[in-house]
Every structure is written in structure tokens, then in C-alpha cells.
Write a protein that binds this ligand. Structure first.
Ligand code: AMP
Ligand code: MG
Length: 478
């Protein structure tokens, strides 16, 4: 245990990829929540875990603060962006040999802030903390949250709000949009250096292949296919799958207007700014594919020096995404149904279940969990007609591999969470936290970080919202 051990390889990249600058000091930093388990995994102990350090008021030894430049397609429109309210403190080397970014989000203005104030509000930072930690506990790759500090300052949104900074931990913050930035700059050496950096961190096995850029594209496609399939397994809607919010590491990043579904609706959209439903639940694989085409475009000059040849090769690769996604999706849902082997009709079987849920507006999480807990299914007995054919087909399918629901129960329980961060509970907890009462937030964090092993007293976290509790939209809350 000890302090930060920084070795920031990103700071050694060409200068067009970032701007060095310290975080802007804040008035009265106060630690609101600290992730002790994560701190311990990172080999950090008390002297490194202070409000002074997490607010950026004091730089830990070896820190090389910088804001990263990136671009991105936001709702389909290209924009030059960058860390407008975040700085990378540095890359920390963990005792078990990992290299992780330590980033302060909400740390003040940067050259990429445009008209923004560089700050963040407490509610949205607590939201990111809660949902990212839930995601991790669900076994889904994600950036992590080490701490939230209140700044003692007020940020002005639609109303004055308490300001805060989130300490984010990530395998890296390299985004599809980072490559788009380097490509848009027309800075070939920077693009090349970024590729080498990304390969070293996320696909070292691809570095020695004949076409490393193509290999990175393939590796990223595979990770994103698995990630989006896992999101869909738990009913997660990211909400802003812009190319600047898609990582090369395959971690979920940027928890803005995201939400977990209660009642299953394939077209569900929560983000208040997503009017066209671009990032609706069922559209996520299509958008992931679209974003990866943007990555392929940015990588073209590194795929082959002859553009025509590069395009042919990139196209061949990118066309494989739908099949990669379907494999990943089947992998997730076979596990959710307790199936070990693969059968041709498995996709239809899963879709039968999804359709029964969609037709009856059944709760996504609780319906899958009911299969696992061997409770009477459907959850609402009035829906028997809708679920009957699926239940019969599922039993027959299990029997064909010599199994029964009872015998695969341990596997079902491990693949179907009982507890997700339900939106109405998140909103309630954040509302109370803004008023100064952190207990509901702490209780909710505790519950969502043991999603597969609920305790008796967790029953209230498993209930879908009553009609009057239903949250219709979530906001970026920037
Ligand atoms: P996000 O919607 O959080 O993915 O952010 C999109 C872009 O807007 C990123 O470049 C952010 O750094 C920037 N941004 C968001 N909020 C602010 C803010 N309050 N001040 C400055 N930049 C911001
Ligand atoms: Mg973002």
C-alpha cells in the first residue's frame, strides 16, 4: 500500500493530442464518498486519498496533469471536443501490474471547454459513481469511480447546484473520437503514435501483426460487440453513444442520461436530448457498428498506404461486426437461460421470451431473475398465455442437453441479477444527497454492488417503480 505511482505514457505522445494544465483549485473540498475497495485494489492508502488531492488542490508527486484532445460524432454530427472539464492526473501503476488512468472530472476549464464552465454538479457525479460501480459488480467492463468530492462551490445549471469532482479510474480514456481527432488534424505521426500507444495498452498481441491498425480495429470491434451485448443482457441503455463516448479499451464510459429498463420495451429511450431515438435500447448494436465505421475511417491511412486497398481491407473487417455482435449476444443470453451448448434455434428461443415481455410490459430484470429463482413464471399470472409457449420451449430445450431449470439454477442465479440501479431509486437517492442526506445513496450503492446475492432487506430495491414513481427522462445534467 502507498501513494500514486505515476508513469504517464500519454504525456509522451505528440503535443497535438493534449494540453498540459493543472486542475483549477476549488474553494472548500470535502470528501463525499470514497471507494475503499477500489482504493485497496489500486494499492492506495490514506495519505493518497484526501479531498485535497481528489479536488486537484494538491497534486500528488509525479502527476502530469493534462487535458486530452478528441473529436466525436455527437448524434451523428462531427465536432472537435476534448476534455472540457477533466484532467488526467496520470497513469498509475497498480501493485498487480496494471496501468490505469486517474482522471478528475469537473476539474475546471481547459482549452477544450468551449462555452462550458469546466465544472460538474454533485448529482450527476454521484450518479456516475453509483451506476459505474453497479456496472462493475454486474461483471460488465466499465470505468470505475474512486471518489466524489464536493467543491464547496456552486455551479449554475437550470438552477444553482452544489459542485463536485469525480475521480475516475479507467484502463484508458482513449476514445474512437481520439483517433478521429488525430485523423482530422492530418497529423500522421500523431496518428501513428496514438496507434502504438493504444496497441500497447489494449491489444499488445496485435502490435506484431502484419497490419496493426487493422488488428486494433478488429480487437475494438470484438470488445464493443461483447460490451453492448452485456449491456443488453441487463437492460442498460447508454443514452449518448457518441463516438467520443466509446472507448478503445471496451469499457463503458460517460454515464450521463443512461438508464436500466424496468418494463421491457425494445424502443426505450430515456435521454431527454435523444428525440429521434437514435440511442434507443435495440438500436445500440447498430450505433456501435456505425461508430466503429468512424474508427475504421480514422485508421485508414495506417491500414495501407494505398487508400483503395485500405478501404477494401477496412470494409472486410467492419462487415463482420453484425456477426460478432450476434455471437456475443447469444453468448450472453444463452447464459441467462442456463444453456451450455449452442443450438440453431437459440436466437428464436430468446426472442420468444423477449417478445412475451414486450407484449406484457413485464419487468426485464425480475422476469429473468424469476427464471433463476424458480418462482412461478410469469411474474404476473395474468400473463400466462403470453409466456406459456416460451416456458414449454425452454424446458424442452434444457431437456435436450440433459438439464432442467433446477439443475442449472446456480448458473442462472449467477447470470441474472436481482438488483439493478433502478432509475426511480437513483433519482430519489440523488435528490436526498443534494439535500445533504447521503444515507439513501450509500444504501443504494451497497445494494447495487451485490446484484447477484440479494439479502432479505434488499427487497425494496427489487421492486419496479409504481406508476407515480416512474422516471420518464434522464438528463445529461452537465
Ligand atoms: P459529455 O456529454 O459528458 O460526453 O461531454 C461532451 C463534451 O462536452 C466533452 O468534450 C466534455 O468535456 C464537454 N463538457 C461537458 N460539460 C462541460 C462543462 N460543464 N464545461 C466544459 N466542457 C464540458
Ligand atoms: Mg463524453
Amino acid at each position: 500500500m502507498g501513494g500514486f505511482r505515476f508513469d504517464t505514457s500519454y504525456a509522451r505522445l505528440p503535443e497535438s493530442l493534449f494540453t498540459r494544465l493543472p486542475p483549477e483549485p476549488v474553494r472548500a473540498p470535502r470528501l463525499v464518498v470514497l471507494n475503499e475497495a477500489l482504493a485497496s485494489d489500486l494499492g492506495l492508502d490514506r495519505p493518497a486519498l484526501t479531498a485535497d488531492i481528489f479536488s486537484g488542490n494538491r497534486l500528488p508527486e509525479g502527476a502530469t496533469p493534462l487535458a486530452q484532445a478528441y473529436a466525436g460524432h455527437q448524434f451523428g454530427h462531427f465536432a472537435r471536443l476534448g476534455d472540457g472539464r477533466a484532467v488526467l492526473l496520470g497513469e498509475h501503476l497498480t501493485p498487480d501490474g496494471r496501468r490505469v488512468d486517474i482522471q478528475l472530472k469537473g476539474s475546471g476549464r481547459t482549452p477544450y471547454s468551449r462555452s462550458g464552465d469546466g465544472r460538474a454538479a454533485l448529482g450527476p457525479m454521484l450518479r456516475e459513481y453509483l451506476v459505474s460501480e453497479a456496472m462493475h459488480a454486474l461483471g460488465i467492463p466499465t470505468t470505475r469511480s474512486l471518489a466524489v468530492v464536493a467543491t464547496g462551490e456552486t455551479v449554475l445549471r437550470d438552477r444553482p447546484l452544489p459542485g463536485a469532482i469525480l475521480v475516475r479510474v479507467a484502463a484508458s480514456h482513449i476514445r474512437v473520437g481520439t483517433f478521429q481527432h488525430a485523423a482530422a488534424e492530418g497529423d500522421r505521426p500523431a496518428l501513428q503514435a496514438l496507434l502504438a500507444h493504444a496497441l500497447a495498452r489494449h491489444a499488445p498481441e496485435a502490435a506484431d501483426t502484419a497490419r496493426p491498425a487493422l488488428a486494433l480495429l478488429m480487437a475494438t470491434m470484438e470488445k464493443q460487440a461483447r460490451l453492448v451485448a452485456q449491456w443488453m443482457g441487463v437492460g442498460f441503455i447508454h443514452g449518448v453513444m457518441n463516438t467520443d463516448n466509446m472507448t478503445i479499451s471496451g469499457e463503458t464510459i460517460d454515464y450521463g442520461p443512461c438508464a436500466f429498463m424496468d418494463a421491457f420495451d425494445p424502443g426505450a429511450v430515456f435521454s431527454s436530448i435523444d428525440r429521434g431515438g437514435r440511442y434507443a435500447f435495440m438500436n445500440q448494436p447498430v450505433i456501435a457498428h456505425w461508430n466503429l465505421v468512424r474508427l475504421a475511417e480514422a485508421l485508414l491511412p495506417l491500414i495501407d498506404s494505398e487508400e483503395d486497398k485500405a478501404i477494401v481491407l477496412a470494409n472486410e473487417a467492419i462487415q463482420r461486426f453484425p456477426a460478432l455482435f450476434e455471437d456475443a449476444w447469444l453468448h450472453v443470453f444463452r447464459a441467462k437461460l442456463g444453456l451450455s451448448a449452442a443450438e440453431a434455434g437459440d436466437k428464436d428461443l430468446v426472442e420468444m421470451f423477449l417478445k412475451a415481455m414486450a407484449d406484457t410490459g413485464a419487468d426485464y430484470t425480475n422476469s429473468f431473475r424469476a427464471l433463476a429463482e424458480g418462482q412461478p413464471m410469469p411474474v404476473d399470472p395474468r400473463d400466462e398465455a403470453a409466456f406459456g409457449p416460451f416456458l414449454a420451449a425452454w424446458a424442452a430445450r434444457l431437456e435436450r442437453e440433459g438439464a432442467t431449470a433446477d439443475r442449472v439454477r446456480p448458473r442462472l442465479l449467477a447470470a441474472n441479477p436481482a438488483i439493478i440501479p433502478r432509475n426511480h431509486l437513483v433519482e430519489q437517492a440523488l435528490g436526498r444527497a443534494e439535500g445533504g442526506d447521503l444515507q439513501p445513496f450509500r444504501d443504494l450503492v451497497a445494494a447495487v454492488t451485490r446484484p447477484f446475492a440479494p439479502r432479505l432487506e434488499d427487497a425494496r430495491f427489487r421492486l419496479p417503480p409504481r406508476p407515480e414513481e416512474r422516471v420518464q427522462a434522464t438528463f445529461c445534467g452537465t
